[in-house]
Design a protein around this ligand. Sequence first.
Ligand SMILES: [Zn+2]
Length: 215
Amino acid sequence: MKNAIPIGENLKFRGINTTATCPHCGLEESMNHLFFFCSFVKQVWAKAPFKQLHVFVHNTSLRAIIEASRTFVVLPPTGLVNGPLFPWLLWSIWTTRNKKIFENRQVKASDVISQAMVQAKEWITAQSLATPPQALRVPVLTPVIQLDTIRVFSDAAWKEDSHKAGLGWIMFDPLREIEFMEGGSVQFISSPLMAEAMALHLAINQAINFKFTNI
Ligand SMILES: [Zn+2]
């Protein structure tokens, strides 16, 4: 759904493999081609045990098809009526494609389906064995700030065009009522978050140099 899958079309777009064609038929390997419209994959869908498989339309996005798949009814003899088969078929089509490319092994269309059914059944069984989810309890940690705790404040400013950052930090010792201030600038900082992290890192390093143990 995020289009991150290393399918031919995406590899080509990223300049990794300029001849990334479908391993089954040699046409351009787009997402829709590999999963729904390749002549090999059409055999898989034709044999898939769905009651009424909605006809895939060429310009439908993978997301739309996955969302529509919630309404697909799996036929009773498969024993998968209450579980999803569709995503496992997509997974099986993907691993079949990889076996063909990387191991030069051809999986038959009927085996693509039986693999998906085995995996879907394993998944369903695993769900019933899993312990029911319990409410997650996150302990609330209240920081204990004692009198001799040194307070450290850090901050950063970042320039997008030059990738330079200005960093600064203040340390305050409440017992002795002493304040330390330091700062500086650094180059080659890729983001505001990186700048903030850098300021915090330098402040902690400085605290170590000062041999502060309670900050
Ligand atoms: Zn193909």
